[in-house]
Design a protein around this ligand. Structure first.
Ligand code: ZN
Length: 308
């Protein structure tokens, strides 16, 4: 009898474990409202500088358009294949910490929530210029001058092309098979009076490692720049752009459409680069905003597009 009770107790423990193991509590999405006929899901309820805010609306209603504002900034929405609506914005790396109101306009109704943006402390490192780079003519002052006056001028023209709808309808993937961070997003690189903030992430990659398109989109830039080296930029729509720097080879060029997972190029060591690696960035650029976003956090925050 005691053995029977013990066994049934053991079985129920196993059953409970099974339930939790196979049906884990969903993280990353919070159900804020359950008022029919729409539900608003946010990728996060609080942000730090550089974080992404993805907003998903599930609705049975046939909205012609959904719009939102985050502080003073407009947030566009695009209808996905499963008839959900998606808006993606974020707190740029230099956004003033504080509370910002998110207002989503759903026909006659408005969903509102205050979202706190916290300050993030970025590490300070030395701006590295090795002998071989010095021989190629790179110095801290001309690196910073080239970025400000040449490379950024070329690529910022691209960000003016704004596609108001999304080319994609599924979460973003990593640009490499293996992800090992060798240069942090946001780190501040100093050399005497020169200060540069690293607005992407450096990922370990041997020369000629395949680099993947992180989602569907259109290649809007494929050129060699002085500091950034061979660079590809993909427009994913909704003002979201992914950037791949220091490549060795292009597999796609400007004007071509790409699918998520396409090999767009091979990694390399071109431009201002100490060793072969991939510099990967995400920018959100719309007529009224330009945001530099932590790229790996961005990829993670789009995963909740898959939640039911
Ligand atoms: Zn980098």
């Amino acid at each position: 009898m005691i053995l029977k009770i013990f066994l049934s107790f053991l079985l129920s423990i196993c059953f409970i474990f099974f339930i939790f193991y196979y049906f884990p509590v969903k993280e990353g999405a919070s159900l804020l409202e359950e008022i029919y006929p729409w539900q608003v899901f946010l990728s996060s309820n609080t942000l730090a500088q550089g974080d992404t805010l993805a907003i998903r609306i599930k609705t049975e209603k046939d909205f012609k358009e959904i719009t939102a504002t985050f502080g003073d900034e407009q947030v566009p929405f695009s209808k996905l294949q499963n008839s959900d609506w998606l808006g993606i914005t974020g707190a740029s790396v230099k956004k003033e910490p504080g509370k910002y109101k998110l207002s989503v306009n759903l026909g006659d109704e408005v969903f509102g929530k205050n979202i706190a943006v916290a300050e993030r402390n970025f590490p300070i490192t030395e701006l590295a210029v090795m002998k071989e780079l010095e021989e190629k003519g790179y110095t801290p002052s001309n690196i910073s001058q080239n970025i400000a006056q040449k490379d950024n001028v070329s690529i910022y023209d691209v960000f003016k092309i704004y596609t108001p709808t999304a080319f994609f309808n599924k979460p973003f993937i990593f640009p490499l098979k293996k992800i090992e961070v060798v240069g942090l997003f946001g780190s501040i690189r100093k050399s005497n009076d020169i200060t540069l903030q690293h607005l992407g992430v450096d990922l370990e990659a041997d020369e000629d490692t395949p680099v993947y398109a992180v989602n569907d989109g259109r290649v809007v830039f494929s050129e060699e720049l002085i500091d950034y080296g061979k660079t590809i930029i993909i427009d994913h729509g909704l003002g979201i752009y992914s950037l791949y720097l220091h490549l060795n080879k292009y597999k796609f060029t400007k004007g071509q459409n790409v699918k998520e997972g396409d090999v767009i190029g091979l990694s390399g060591n071109t431009g201002y680069s100490i060793a072969p690696h991939l510099h990967f960035s995400i920018k959100i650029s719309r007529p009224d905003v330009f945001l530099s976003i932590d790229p790996l956090k961005f990829l993670k925050s789009t995963q909740f597009m898959d939640n039911e």
